[in-house]
Design a protein around this ligand. Structure first.
Ligand code: ZN
Length: 121
């Protein structure tokens, strides 16, 4: 499994086999942010230090800005919607995408700090 598949399928960054999250569907809001304590395959501890995932907020911010720019440019250049009304579409996209952005940001964050070891186990 390559890096991007591992990130987008929320897999362990070390072995790329075990799941990061208890429920891989981010839209099951009750289980949002619930992560396994350790990888079920390689026993990697997912919380590297207390407050480790606070840094994922920066990744989340970047994704939301990127999404907002994409939505704005698509609607501005390819529709007749006034730019002031586009803000409401952007807000709707932000609200709809937030659960997914939260989990993908955590996945990106841990993949930034843990290297893949393909030979392990
Ligand atoms: Zn693992």
């Amino acid at each position: 499994m390559n890096l991007f598949r591992s990130i987008f399928q929320f897999k362990c960054p070390n072995c790329r086999k075990g799941s990061l999250f208890v429920n891989s569907n981010p839209y099951k809001l009750r289980d949002l942010n619930k992560m396994h304590e350790r990888c079920s395959k390689c026993n990697l501890k997912f919380s590297l230090e207390p407050g480790f995932y606070q840094g994922a907020a920066y990744v989340s911010y970047g994704f939301q800005v990127l999404n907002s720019l994409i939505v704005f440019n698509l609607l501005f250049w390819f529709t007749n919607i006034h730019w002031k009304d586009i803000i409401y579409y952007i807000l709707a996209f932000i609200i709809i995408l937030t659960p997914y952005i939260v989990v993908i940001s955590r996945s990106v964050w841990i993949h930034m700090f843990v290297k893949h070891r393909s030979k392990k186990i």
